[in-house]
Write a protein that binds this ligand. Sequence first.
Ligand SMILES: Cc1cc2nc3c(=O)[nH]c(=O)nc-3n(C[C@H](O)[C@H](O)[C@H](O)COP(=O)(O)O)c2cc1C
Length: 184
Amino acid sequence: MFSNETQENPLFELARQRRSVRRYTGEKVSDDVVREILKIALLAPSSWGRHPVEFVVLRDRATIEAVARCKRMGAGPLPTADVAIVVMADMADCELWIEDAAVASTYILLAAEQFGVGACWIHMRNRQGQRKSADEEIRQILGVPDRFSVLNVVALGQKGEKKSPRTEKDLSWQNVHYGRYGQK
Ligand SMILES: Cc1cc2nc3c(=O)[nH]c(=O)nc-3n(C[C@H](O)[C@H](O)[C@H](O)COP(=O)(O)O)c2cc1C
């Protein structure tokens, strides 16, 4: 059990409840909620405060399916998502674009949970497409300039599966060291 103090912390509760949701009911996620989620993503920190991360929001089924096909294996939940947010960054603008895009993606995942929407990170960087890399094929379909690279696509949809929130036993405390590696 977590202490009462911890349980009452809204960020902790959000982080505990957030799980990767890969099945969706097919009901719509409203445009207003998508916009709120994007607002939170735009608040994510970025290196040097340069904000190199950009998002392409997809609602059109055929386009979402086409983007899903850009990953040869493992795009699983994407074709059934109501909304897909393609997360990319301007590599010319920032050498830490991967980190920046990953932080923004994490904000999206937490924001989705805040609105009760299911979400899953579908990885694209360094993944094979049908003929080229997943990144290149997605950029071609969406008309994204070459200086960008796609990190992932976040699938969003109303939750069609129930997952247990994390508990104390899920915390990998063995990964935490104090003062010196190996010191507990
Ligand atoms: C960098 C990264 C890449 C991921 N790639 C995928 C993916 O391509 N497909 C997928 O279904 N889930 C993907 N996930 C979700 C993880 O599988 C998931 O977060 C992990 O199994 C823990 O489950 P939870 O999110 O429910 O806590 C990815 C997560 C991260 C952080």
